[in-house]
Design a protein around this ligand. Structure first.
Ligand code: NAD
Ligand code: DAU
Length: 328
Protein backbone atom coordinates (compact mmCIF):
# COMPACT_ATOMS: atom_id res chain seq x y z
CA UNK A 1 0.00 0.00 0.00
CA UNK A 2 1.21 3.54 -0.65
CA UNK A 3 0.35 5.77 2.29
CA UNK A 4 0.43 9.46 3.01
CA UNK A 5 1.02 9.71 6.75
CA UNK A 6 0.44 13.23 8.09
CA UNK A 7 2.17 14.01 11.39
CA UNK A 8 4.38 10.96 10.87
CA UNK A 9 7.42 12.59 12.50
CA UNK A 10 5.69 12.73 15.90
CA UNK A 11 5.41 10.12 18.63
CA UNK A 12 2.60 7.80 17.47
CA UNK A 13 2.99 8.61 13.77
CA UNK A 14 6.65 7.56 13.69
CA UNK A 15 5.89 4.33 15.56
CA UNK A 16 3.10 3.67 13.02
CA UNK A 17 5.39 4.35 10.05
CA UNK A 18 8.05 2.03 11.54
CA UNK A 19 5.54 -0.83 11.83
CA UNK A 20 3.97 -0.26 8.42
CA UNK A 21 7.27 -0.10 6.53
CA UNK A 22 8.92 -2.93 8.49
CA UNK A 23 6.05 -5.42 8.88
CA UNK A 24 3.73 -4.59 5.98
CA UNK A 25 6.10 -3.36 3.27
CA UNK A 26 4.11 -0.16 2.80
CA UNK A 27 5.57 2.72 0.84
CA UNK A 28 5.20 5.84 2.98
CA UNK A 29 5.32 9.58 2.37
CA UNK A 30 5.27 11.66 5.55
CA UNK A 31 3.89 15.20 5.55
CA UNK A 32 4.87 16.93 8.78
CA UNK A 33 5.26 20.57 9.80
CA UNK A 34 8.04 19.65 12.25
CA UNK A 35 6.61 21.66 15.11
CA UNK A 36 8.43 21.39 18.46
CA UNK A 37 6.97 17.85 18.75
CA UNK A 38 7.88 16.63 15.26
CA UNK A 39 11.43 15.40 14.75
CA UNK A 40 13.41 14.13 11.75
CA UNK A 41 15.32 11.88 14.16
CA UNK A 42 12.15 9.86 14.76
CA UNK A 43 12.30 8.66 11.15
CA UNK A 44 16.06 8.50 10.55
CA UNK A 45 16.20 4.66 10.65
CA UNK A 46 13.40 4.40 8.07
CA UNK A 47 13.20 4.51 4.29
CA UNK A 48 10.47 7.16 3.89
CA UNK A 49 10.12 10.45 2.08
CA UNK A 50 9.56 13.38 4.44
CA UNK A 51 7.87 16.49 3.09
CA UNK A 52 8.03 19.40 5.53
CA UNK A 53 4.76 21.32 5.47
CA UNK A 54 1.49 21.97 7.24
CA UNK A 55 -1.70 20.00 6.57
CA UNK A 56 -3.45 23.38 6.34
CA UNK A 57 -1.36 24.17 3.23
CA UNK A 58 -3.24 22.88 0.12
CA UNK A 59 -0.10 22.94 -2.09
CA UNK A 60 1.97 20.89 0.36
CA UNK A 61 -0.92 18.44 0.77
CA UNK A 62 -1.42 18.09 -3.02
CA UNK A 63 2.30 17.37 -3.52
CA UNK A 64 2.40 14.84 -0.68
CA UNK A 65 -0.77 13.02 -1.79
CA UNK A 66 0.56 12.35 -5.32
CA UNK A 67 0.23 8.60 -5.95
CA UNK A 68 -1.10 7.77 -2.47
CA UNK A 69 -3.77 5.11 -1.97
CA UNK A 70 -4.81 6.32 1.48
CA UNK A 71 -4.25 9.12 3.98
CA UNK A 72 -3.72 8.50 7.68
CA UNK A 73 -3.84 11.74 9.66
CA UNK A 74 -1.90 11.98 12.93
CA UNK A 75 -1.00 15.65 12.50
CA UNK A 76 -2.15 17.61 15.54
CA UNK A 77 -1.24 19.78 18.44
CA UNK A 78 -1.48 17.21 21.21
CA UNK A 79 -0.74 18.66 24.64
CA UNK A 80 -3.79 19.61 26.72
CA UNK A 81 -1.82 22.06 28.90
CA UNK A 82 -0.56 23.96 25.83
CA UNK A 83 -4.13 24.07 24.47
CA UNK A 84 -5.13 25.87 27.67
CA UNK A 85 -2.32 28.45 27.50
CA UNK A 86 -2.01 28.86 23.69
CA UNK A 87 -5.04 27.41 21.85
CA UNK A 88 -4.66 29.05 18.41
CA UNK A 89 -2.53 26.41 16.67
CA UNK A 90 -4.97 23.72 17.83
CA UNK A 91 -7.81 25.40 15.98
CA UNK A 92 -5.77 25.93 12.80
CA UNK A 93 -4.36 22.42 12.60
CA UNK A 94 -7.43 20.46 13.70
CA UNK A 95 -9.97 22.66 11.89
CA UNK A 96 -8.37 24.05 8.75
CA UNK A 97 -5.81 21.22 8.47
CA UNK A 98 -8.38 18.44 8.61
CA UNK A 99 -10.55 20.30 6.09
CA UNK A 100 -7.67 20.62 3.57
CA UNK A 101 -6.83 16.92 3.91
CA UNK A 102 -10.47 15.90 3.46
CA UNK A 103 -10.74 18.02 0.32
CA UNK A 104 -7.62 16.36 -1.12
CA UNK A 105 -8.95 12.89 -0.23
CA UNK A 106 -12.26 13.76 -1.89
CA UNK A 107 -10.57 15.12 -5.03
CA UNK A 108 -8.52 11.94 -5.43
CA UNK A 109 -11.08 9.45 -4.05
CA UNK A 110 -8.74 8.25 -1.30
CA UNK A 111 -9.47 6.20 1.80
CA UNK A 112 -8.99 8.45 4.86
CA UNK A 113 -8.28 7.52 8.48
CA UNK A 114 -8.51 10.25 11.14
CA UNK A 115 -6.53 9.53 14.29
CA UNK A 116 -8.57 10.80 17.20
CA UNK A 117 -8.74 10.54 20.96
CA UNK A 118 -10.88 9.28 23.84
CA UNK A 119 -10.85 12.87 25.15
CA UNK A 120 -13.61 13.81 22.68
CA UNK A 121 -16.05 11.91 24.94
CA UNK A 122 -15.06 13.91 28.05
CA UNK A 123 -14.65 12.38 31.51
CA UNK A 124 -16.41 9.24 32.80
CA UNK A 125 -16.69 8.29 36.51
CA UNK A 126 -17.60 4.62 35.97
CA UNK A 127 -17.80 2.21 33.03
CA UNK A 128 -16.34 2.86 29.58
CA UNK A 129 -17.15 4.96 26.54
CA UNK A 130 -18.42 3.15 23.45
CA UNK A 131 -18.48 4.57 19.93
CA UNK A 132 -22.13 5.56 20.60
CA UNK A 133 -21.26 7.75 23.59
CA UNK A 134 -22.00 11.45 23.01
CA UNK A 135 -19.13 13.85 22.38
CA UNK A 136 -18.54 16.08 25.41
CA UNK A 137 -15.01 17.51 25.17
CA UNK A 138 -13.51 19.62 27.97
CA UNK A 139 -10.41 21.43 26.69
CA UNK A 140 -9.53 23.44 23.57
CA UNK A 141 -7.49 20.36 22.55
CA UNK A 142 -10.34 17.88 22.81
CA UNK A 143 -12.99 20.31 21.52
CA UNK A 144 -10.99 21.00 18.36
CA UNK A 145 -10.30 17.25 17.91
CA UNK A 146 -14.05 16.60 18.29
CA UNK A 147 -14.72 19.29 15.68
CA UNK A 148 -12.33 17.53 13.31
CA UNK A 149 -14.10 14.20 13.91
CA UNK A 150 -17.45 15.79 13.06
CA UNK A 151 -16.02 17.27 9.87
CA UNK A 152 -14.67 13.84 8.86
CA UNK A 153 -18.10 12.29 9.51
CA UNK A 154 -19.74 15.01 7.41
CA UNK A 155 -17.48 14.19 4.43
CA UNK A 156 -18.63 10.57 4.67
CA UNK A 157 -22.28 11.57 4.96
CA UNK A 158 -22.28 14.32 2.33
CA UNK A 159 -19.73 13.19 -0.28
CA UNK A 160 -19.48 9.45 0.42
CA UNK A 161 -15.77 9.75 1.27
CA UNK A 162 -14.23 6.46 2.41
CA UNK A 163 -13.51 7.96 5.83
CA UNK A 164 -12.94 6.25 9.18
CA UNK A 165 -12.15 7.52 12.68
CA UNK A 166 -9.92 5.77 15.19
CA UNK A 167 -10.06 7.01 18.83
CA UNK A 168 -7.19 6.02 21.07
CA UNK A 169 -6.64 6.15 24.81
CA UNK A 170 -3.46 7.47 26.52
CA UNK A 171 -0.38 6.25 24.64
CA UNK A 172 3.07 5.73 26.12
CA UNK A 173 6.34 4.29 24.81
CA UNK A 174 9.47 5.32 22.85
CA UNK A 175 9.73 8.73 21.11
CA UNK A 176 7.11 10.54 23.22
CA UNK A 177 7.90 14.24 23.75
CA UNK A 178 8.70 14.77 27.45
CA UNK A 179 5.88 17.27 28.11
CA UNK A 180 3.54 14.26 28.61
CA UNK A 181 3.14 12.58 32.02
CA UNK A 182 5.23 9.42 31.60
CA UNK A 183 8.34 10.73 29.79
CA UNK A 184 8.26 13.91 31.89
CA UNK A 185 8.31 11.89 35.12
CA UNK A 186 10.96 9.46 33.81
CA UNK A 187 13.37 12.20 32.73
CA UNK A 188 12.76 14.27 35.87
CA UNK A 189 13.36 11.22 38.06
CA UNK A 190 16.58 10.37 36.19
CA UNK A 191 17.74 13.97 36.83
CA UNK A 192 16.50 14.11 40.46
CA UNK A 193 14.10 16.91 39.48
CA UNK A 194 10.79 17.19 41.36
CA UNK A 195 7.84 15.16 39.98
CA UNK A 196 4.93 17.62 39.56
CA UNK A 197 1.62 15.82 40.25
CA UNK A 198 -1.49 17.84 39.38
CA UNK A 199 -4.16 18.15 42.08
CA UNK A 200 -4.59 15.01 44.18
CA UNK A 201 -3.03 12.71 41.56
CA UNK A 202 -6.11 10.44 41.62
CA UNK A 203 -7.10 11.09 37.97
CA UNK A 204 -7.30 7.84 36.03
CA UNK A 205 -5.99 7.21 32.53
CA UNK A 206 -6.44 4.15 30.28
CA UNK A 207 -2.89 3.35 29.12
CA UNK A 208 -2.04 1.79 25.76
CA UNK A 209 1.46 0.91 24.55
CA UNK A 210 2.13 2.94 21.40
CA UNK A 211 2.83 -0.09 19.19
CA UNK A 212 -0.54 -1.57 20.15
CA UNK A 213 -2.29 1.66 19.14
CA UNK A 214 -0.28 1.82 15.91
CA UNK A 215 -1.32 -1.75 15.05
CA UNK A 216 -4.93 -0.84 15.90
CA UNK A 217 -4.85 2.04 13.42
CA UNK A 218 -3.40 -0.36 10.83
CA UNK A 219 -6.29 -2.75 11.47
CA UNK A 220 -8.83 0.04 10.97
CA UNK A 221 -7.02 1.19 7.83
CA UNK A 222 -7.09 -2.31 6.34
CA UNK A 223 -10.35 -3.78 7.63
CA UNK A 224 -12.51 -0.98 9.03
CA UNK A 225 -15.91 -0.16 7.58
CA UNK A 226 -16.07 3.29 5.93
CA UNK A 227 -18.15 5.74 7.97
CA UNK A 228 -17.44 3.91 11.23
CA UNK A 229 -15.69 5.02 14.42
CA UNK A 230 -13.40 2.57 16.25
CA UNK A 231 -12.24 2.97 19.86
CA UNK A 232 -8.76 1.57 20.51
CA UNK A 233 -8.17 1.51 24.28
CA UNK A 234 -5.41 -0.03 26.35
CA UNK A 235 -5.77 -3.06 28.64
CA UNK A 236 -5.04 -1.21 31.91
CA UNK A 237 -6.19 1.82 33.85
CA UNK A 238 -4.19 3.54 36.57
CA UNK A 239 -4.37 6.65 38.77
CA UNK A 240 -1.57 9.10 37.99
CA UNK A 241 -0.02 8.70 41.42
CA UNK A 242 0.38 4.93 40.91
CA UNK A 243 2.09 5.61 37.57
CA UNK A 244 4.49 8.07 39.20
CA UNK A 245 5.26 5.63 42.03
CA UNK A 246 6.06 2.86 39.50
CA UNK A 247 8.42 5.24 37.68
CA UNK A 248 10.12 6.05 40.99
CA UNK A 249 10.55 2.31 41.58
CA UNK A 250 11.90 1.58 38.06
CA UNK A 251 14.37 4.48 38.24
CA UNK A 252 15.50 3.58 41.77
CA UNK A 253 14.49 6.97 43.19
CA UNK A 254 12.62 8.14 46.28
CA UNK A 255 9.01 9.31 46.85
CA UNK A 256 10.33 12.56 48.33
CA UNK A 257 10.67 13.69 44.67
CA UNK A 258 6.86 13.93 44.38
CA UNK A 259 5.50 17.47 44.53
CA UNK A 260 1.76 18.24 44.43
CA UNK A 261 1.17 21.27 42.19
CA UNK A 262 -1.85 23.34 41.11
CA UNK A 263 -4.36 21.26 39.18
CA UNK A 264 -4.95 21.60 35.43
CA UNK A 265 -8.01 23.85 34.80
CA UNK A 266 -11.04 21.73 33.79
CA UNK A 267 -9.03 18.53 34.42
CA UNK A 268 -10.87 15.37 33.25
CA UNK A 269 -11.06 12.86 36.10
CA UNK A 270 -11.12 9.56 34.25
CA UNK A 271 -10.93 8.15 30.72
CA UNK A 272 -11.91 4.62 29.76
CA UNK A 273 -12.60 3.12 26.34
CA UNK A 274 -14.55 -0.01 25.38
CA UNK A 275 -12.72 -1.49 22.36
CA UNK A 276 -14.94 -4.46 21.48
CA UNK A 277 -15.65 -3.14 18.00
CA UNK A 278 -12.00 -3.02 16.89
CA UNK A 279 -11.40 -6.37 18.61
CA UNK A 280 -14.11 -7.68 16.25
CA UNK A 281 -11.75 -6.77 13.37
CA UNK A 282 -9.08 -9.07 14.89
CA UNK A 283 -7.07 -6.55 16.96
CA UNK A 284 -6.07 -6.94 20.58
CA UNK A 285 -3.61 -5.17 22.86
CA UNK A 286 -0.47 -7.19 23.42
CA UNK A 287 1.44 -5.18 26.03
CA UNK A 288 0.28 -4.88 29.65
CA UNK A 289 1.06 -1.64 31.45
CA UNK A 290 3.63 -2.95 33.97
CA UNK A 291 5.73 -4.50 31.19
CA UNK A 292 5.34 -1.57 28.77
CA UNK A 293 6.21 1.00 31.42
CA UNK A 294 9.41 -0.79 32.37
CA UNK A 295 10.32 -1.05 28.66
CA UNK A 296 9.64 2.67 28.26
CA UNK A 297 11.79 3.63 31.25
CA UNK A 298 14.62 1.51 29.77
CA UNK A 299 14.21 3.19 26.37
CA UNK A 300 14.58 6.68 27.85
CA UNK A 301 17.53 5.56 29.99
CA UNK A 302 19.28 4.16 26.90
CA UNK A 303 18.41 6.89 24.40
CA UNK A 304 19.97 10.01 25.91
CA UNK A 305 20.97 11.21 22.44
CA UNK A 306 17.26 11.40 21.57
CA UNK A 307 16.11 13.50 24.53
CA UNK A 308 19.19 15.58 25.39
CA UNK A 309 18.63 18.13 22.59
CA UNK A 310 14.97 18.42 23.65
CA UNK A 311 15.70 18.88 27.32
CA UNK A 312 18.25 21.58 26.60
CA UNK A 313 16.12 23.41 24.00
CA UNK A 314 12.58 24.89 23.71
CA UNK A 315 11.34 22.43 26.31
CA UNK A 316 13.29 24.17 29.11
CA UNK A 317 11.50 27.47 28.48
CA UNK A 318 8.15 25.68 28.18
CA UNK A 319 8.79 23.88 31.47
CA UNK A 320 9.53 27.15 33.29
CA UNK A 321 6.36 28.76 31.90
CA UNK A 322 4.19 25.77 32.80
CA UNK A 323 5.65 24.78 36.17
CA UNK A 324 7.14 28.06 37.39
CA UNK A 325 10.50 26.47 38.06
CA UNK A 326 13.59 25.55 36.04
CA UNK A 327 14.69 22.02 35.21
CA UNK A 328 17.86 20.99 37.00
P1 NAD B 1 2.88 14.43 18.73
O1 NAD B 1 2.66 15.79 19.32
O2 NAD B 1 4.02 13.62 19.22
O3 NAD B 1 3.03 14.54 17.15
C1 NAD B 1 2.23 15.37 16.37
C2 NAD B 1 2.91 15.51 15.01
O4 NAD B 1 2.10 16.32 14.18
C3 NAD B 1 4.28 16.19 15.08
O5 NAD B 1 5.21 15.49 14.28
C4 NAD B 1 4.03 17.58 14.54
O6 NAD B 1 5.18 18.16 13.92
C5 NAD B 1 2.92 17.30 13.54
N1 NAD B 1 2.09 18.47 13.25
C6 NAD B 1 1.52 19.34 14.14
N2 NAD B 1 0.82 20.28 13.48
C7 NAD B 1 0.94 20.00 12.15
C8 NAD B 1 0.43 20.60 10.99
N3 NAD B 1 -0.34 21.68 11.02
N4 NAD B 1 0.75 20.02 9.81
C9 NAD B 1 1.54 18.93 9.73
N5 NAD B 1 2.07 18.34 10.80
C10 NAD B 1 1.76 18.87 12.01
O7 NAD B 1 1.49 13.70 18.92
P2 NAD B 1 1.12 12.16 19.13
O8 NAD B 1 1.02 11.91 20.57
O9 NAD B 1 1.97 11.32 18.27
O10 NAD B 1 -0.38 12.17 18.56
C11 NAD B 1 -0.65 11.85 17.21
C12 NAD B 1 -2.15 11.81 16.99
O11 NAD B 1 -2.75 10.84 17.85
C13 NAD B 1 -2.85 13.13 17.29
O12 NAD B 1 -3.85 13.33 16.33
C14 NAD B 1 -3.46 12.92 18.66
O13 NAD B 1 -4.60 13.70 18.84
C15 NAD B 1 -3.79 11.44 18.61
N6 NAD B 1 -3.81 10.74 19.90
C16 NAD B 1 -2.77 10.86 20.78
C17 NAD B 1 -2.80 10.13 21.97
C18 NAD B 1 -1.66 10.19 22.97
O14 NAD B 1 -1.80 9.66 24.07
N7 NAD B 1 -0.51 10.77 22.64
C19 NAD B 1 -3.89 9.31 22.26
C20 NAD B 1 -4.95 9.24 21.34
C21 NAD B 1 -4.88 9.94 20.15
O1 DAU C 1 -6.39 10.28 26.34
C1 DAU C 1 -5.69 10.52 25.17
C2 DAU C 1 -4.92 11.80 25.30
O2 DAU C 1 -3.86 11.52 26.22
C3 DAU C 1 -4.35 12.33 23.99
O3 DAU C 1 -5.42 12.65 23.14
C4 DAU C 1 -3.48 13.55 24.24
O4 DAU C 1 -2.88 13.98 23.03
C5 DAU C 1 -2.39 13.16 25.22
O5 DAU C 1 -1.60 14.28 25.53
C6 DAU C 1 -3.00 12.59 26.50
O6 DAU C 1 -3.70 13.61 27.25
P1 DAU C 1 -3.62 13.67 28.85
O7 DAU C 1 -3.95 15.04 29.26
O8 DAU C 1 -4.34 12.56 29.48
O9 DAU C 1 -2.02 13.35 29.00
P2 DAU C 1 -0.88 14.03 29.87
O10 DAU C 1 0.32 13.17 29.71
O11 DAU C 1 -0.74 15.49 29.63
O12 DAU C 1 -1.43 13.85 31.35
C7 DAU C 1 -1.78 12.56 31.86
C8 DAU C 1 -2.32 12.77 33.27
O13 DAU C 1 -1.24 13.20 34.11
C9 DAU C 1 -3.38 13.85 33.37
O14 DAU C 1 -4.33 13.47 34.36
C10 DAU C 1 -2.60 15.08 33.85
C11 DAU C 1 -1.52 14.46 34.71
N1 DAU C 1 -0.25 15.23 34.76
C12 DAU C 1 0.34 15.55 33.57
C13 DAU C 1 1.52 16.26 33.56
C14 DAU C 1 2.17 16.65 32.25
C15 DAU C 1 0.34 15.55 35.97
O15 DAU C 1 -0.19 15.22 37.06
N2 DAU C 1 1.51 16.23 35.96
C16 DAU C 1 2.12 16.63 34.80
O16 DAU C 1 3.18 17.30 34.88
Amino acid sequence: MKLLVCGGAGFIGSNFVRIRTRDHGDEVVVLDKLTYAGRRENLEDLDVRLIVGGIEDPDAVAEAAEGAGAIVNFAAETHVDRSISEPEAFITTHGMGTYVLLEEARRRGLRYVQVSTDEVYGSIEEGSFTEQSPLNPSSPYSASKAGADLLVASYRHTYGLEALICRGSNNYGPYQYPEKLIPLMVLNALHDDKLPVYGDGRQVRNWIYVEDFARGIGTVLERGEPGEVYNVGGPDEAPNLDVVRKIIEYTGKDESLIEYVTDRPGHDRRYSLASDKVCGLGWEAQVRFAEGLERTVDWYRENTAWWEPIRSGEYRAYYERQYGRALG
